[in-house]
Design a protein around this ligand. Structure first.
Ligand SMILES: [Zn+2]
Ligand SMILES: [Zn+2]
Length: 776
């Protein structure tokens, strides 16, 4: 019936992609269809997109399109809208069609969404039936990935299936015009939803009327309290009290690594840190990660929260539970750090709760199951924008689109420390949420089950995926991948660590793997093709293969891993490139650097003899070079957490300026490979040591290194006709190095934006590389 009453009938098929599943998008489409008076249907499609078919008179169809473009639910993001004209089919109504009849394959698994303003407002309004209800959520917000057993995101597939809706909730669920609760899978109320409990250190229930107020009161008294959130347990305590924070450090055996702060709202946060306007949306929006921002003058947070740092990691309350708890504490901000025991993953499983009792005095818990552990995401500003340090809550498991199709699906096991896994198929890569350190068997086990969950959701197991892992023979992740591949009769591909970093940027850029590319990897450590430890690499990609086009001059790591823990060892090694060993010894003693060696003179002798006998691995690591400068400038003598000496060096550069202009002698051509002469850079720093400020010297070391890398990479880029330089690696967060590369190369630089540049992102590069290369 193409014509009716003289009006032109029109039918359209519309494809919408972006964040459109798990955010109340289909109910919204049905509502606007009713308002515009169009017929047809809406349904989720395989690749995370939504298909809408509408038909009506021309002006009705236009009205629908106008509403679609102007009104969508707050967390939804419409990224692409493709429209096709159709022949009208004579629909009688507008329906939400089940996606269930198709294979579940490739339906997007929604990310956890921070509480929306409406939900928070309800929990503080005495007249609302959600007043003081810690689990309030709606179609626009609430836990998603952390509570999903299997897609699609329907209540019976989530941890909310244990809480049948009461009559009132059910009628709201069925009311098309109830925007926030119609078909919202996670809703509940004080009558039908989860309940809070307070436990003491013996895991005995503390009988109180209001566990939440009692927990707030205990925290104000200086107690350390575990709080069950949506993706795991946090440990909360006063952030303004030195004694409380020191006690937490002692119990957690964590001497200096910074703790995150959670603030009630933007107003409280802005008294603690300086918040640039362009970060307000991220800090207070639907992702609400921890953002590392400069402390404000007079900030009341204890110095023990982030020792020797000018910045604080801060997030805003992202569930009603956190919000209500913070509201009742005196400060309205608290330390809110991962609830884990030294070296272990954050606890998300109540059966492991006893482990936390060595750290906390009380536990505020509830009876909703956490299906997937999800850590808080961490981001920081750097040169040119933001960088993701930890990819977890709010980001994972997002779909990243490639610019090409993978030849085969891939399951990638990632790196070994602070890492994530990934899966890829067709033109999509999904980076799993942060797993952690693979030397911990509990983490490794969770890592594999996360990957299996994603592989299952996207139906990869039947498609003979390639298993990808790092080349490093000692990596636990590689061993696990080998076992997984042989156990399942799958092919294993090993990807060199820095190729994986490089490819992670190419994946993000949608780079066509048939085209050449040039990259700079500024990193801590990765196993190189020659068995050395790589980490300061200029790589090229052409004709489906990568080449090492330049690198930092090799240095010995005296004593192996100890040289990464005590940077003075690395310094001695680099000094020995231009001093004899007696001079090195004298220099270390005269400059008071013996303090940086745990066993003083005895250790120094051992280090010198290791250098003399060339005992230890060789490395081109950027991290180890930065460490050695950090030691030279008396900034950091012991690494107590990943990247600490380099972070101290970057901190110390604040307000510094470059003092070395000539880069002569710093780059040397060795058979076509461009070598950055770290010994020569160190020599120049030592020569300037006495007549310059520490700020300037710290700044210069990083700046000059960046300039050398930028110049060398630009030369390779010219040879290949490439206009952009990809940058990745654990040190690719350093704003001084990034800005120097950009300036010296004169080319556009592209670092990771959507995924971490550190080992959290290598799995994405493993998918890209393994899924492109043909099988051997
Ligand atoms: Zn909400
Ligand atoms: Zn209810």
């Amino acid at each position: 019936m193409p014509f009716s009453a003289g009006h032109l009938m029109r039918a359209l098929r519309i494809y919408v992609t972006g964040m459109v599943q798990g955010v109340g998008f289909r109910p919204f489409v049905r509502r606007i269809a009713k308002i515009a008076d169009v017929k047809g249907y809406v349904r989720n499609l395989g690749g995370g997109e939504v298909e809408i078919v509408i038909e009506s008179e021309d002006d009705r169809v236009s009205e629908f399109l106008r509403l679609l473009r102007s009104k969508h639910p707050p967390p939804a993001k419409l990224e692409v809208v493709r429209i096709e004209e159709l022949e009208p089919a004579g629909f009688q109504d507008f329906m939400i069609l089940d996606s269930g009849s198709e294979r579940v394959m490739a339906s997007e698994i929604p990310q956890d969404i921070a509480a929306c303003d409406h939900c928070l407002e309800e929990v503080v309004s005495p007249a609302s039936r959600w007043y003081r209800y810690p689990f309030n959520s709606c179609a626009w917000c609430g836990p998603r990935y952390s509570m999903i057993y299997r897609p699609p995101y329907d209540r019976e597939n989530t941890a909310m299936r244990d809480f049948p809706l009461c009559g009132e909730c059910l009628s709201e669920y069925n009311d098309l015009w109830n925007e926030r609760r119609y078909h919202a899978q996670g809703i509940s109320c004080p009558r039908c939803g989860p309940k809070l409990f307070l436990l003491d250190r013996n895991l005995e229930r503390v009988e109180v009327d209001d566990p939440l107020s009692e927990a707030a009161r205990l925290i104000d008294e200086g107690m350390i309290v575990a709080v069950k959130g949506i993706g795991g347990y946090h440990i909360a305590c006063l952030a303004s009290d030195d004694d409380v924070v020191s006690e937490l450090r002692k119990r957690k055996r964590r001497p200096r690594r910074p703790f995150a702060i959670m603030a009630l709202n933007l107003e409280v946060a802005s008294k603690l840190v300086e918040i640039p306007d362009d970060l307000i949306e991220l800090l207070s929006g639907f992702i609400r990660p921890i953002i590392i921002l400069p402390r404000r003058e007079g900030c009341p947070v204890s110095d023990y929260v982030a020792p020797s740092l000018r910045s604080l990691g801060i997030m805003l309350a992202y569930t009603p539970l956190h919000y209500l708890l913070l509201m009742e504490t005196r400060d309205k901000f608290l330390v809110m750090t991962s609830g884990n025991v030294h070296g272990d993953p954050m606890i998300s499983d109540d059966s492991r709760l006893r482990e936390l009792t060595s750290i906390v005095d009380y536990i505020l818990t509830h009876n909703r199951r956490i299906v997937h552990r999800v850590d808080d995401s961490v981001v920081r500003p750097t040169h040119g924008g933001l960088v993701i340090l930890r990819y977890g809550r709010g980001y994972a498991p997002r779909i990243l689109k490639l610019g090409h199709n993978l030849r085969r699906p891939v399951i990638a096991f990632g790196g070994d420390l602070e890492t994530n896994g990934a899966v890829g198929f067709d033109d999509k890569i999904i980076l799993a949420p942060y797993s952690g350190d693979m030397d911990n068997p509990k983490v490794l086990e969770e890592h594999i089950s996360n990957l299996e969950f994603l592989a299952e959701c996207y139906g990869l197991k039947e498609r003979k995926p390639i298993i990808a892992a790092d080349l490093h023979p000692a990596y636990h992740s590689r061993k696990a991948a080998e076992k997984y591949a042989s156990g399942n009769g799958l092919e294993l591909r090993l990807v060199q660590h820095h190729l994986a970093h490089f490819a992670s940027v190419m994946a993000e850029m949608g780079h066509d793997p048939e085209e050449p590319a040039v990259g700079i990897m500024i990193d801590g450590a990765g196993y190189g093709l020659d068995g050395a430890i790589w980490g300061g690499e200029i790589l090229t990609w052409a004709d489906g293969a990568f080449k090492r086009a330049g690198f930092l001059d090799y240095s010995l790591m005296p004593g192996g891993d100890l040289a990464a823990i005590r940077p003075v060892r690395m310094l001695a090694s680099i000094l020995s490139k231009f001093m004899d060993l007696d001079e090195v010894e004298l220099f270390i003693r005269k400059r008071g650097l013996l303090r940086g060696l745990k066993h003083g003179a005895k250790e120094l002798n051992a280090v010198l003899s290791q250098i003399r006998q060339r005992r230890g691995p060789m490395t081109s690591s950027t991290g180890r070079f930065l460490d050695s400068v950090s030691a030279l400038l008396n900034l950091c003598f012991e690494r107590t957490y990943e990247g600490e000496p380099a972070i101290m060096l970057e901190e110390a550069s604040h307000g510094g300026e470059p003092i070395i202009e000539s880069l002569d002698n710093f780059i040397s051509d060795r058979g076509g490979a461009l070598i950055i002469m770290t010994g020569e850079i160190m020599r120049a720093l030592v020569e300037n040591l006495d007549n310059n400020s520490r700020h300037d010297l710290a700044y210069t070391a990083q700046y000059v290194l960046g300039e050398c890398l930028g110049l060398a990479a630009a030369e390779k880029a010219r040879e290949l006709g490439v206009k952009t330089i990809c940058i990745s690696g654990g040190a690719a967060v350093n704003r001084i190095i990034l800005s120097a590369i950009e300036r010296a190369s004169g080319l556009r630089i592209r670092a990771n934006e959507a995924i971490p540049p550190g080992d959290g992102g290598t799995a994405v590069g493993q998918v890209y590389a393994a899924g492109y290369l043909e099988a051997d």
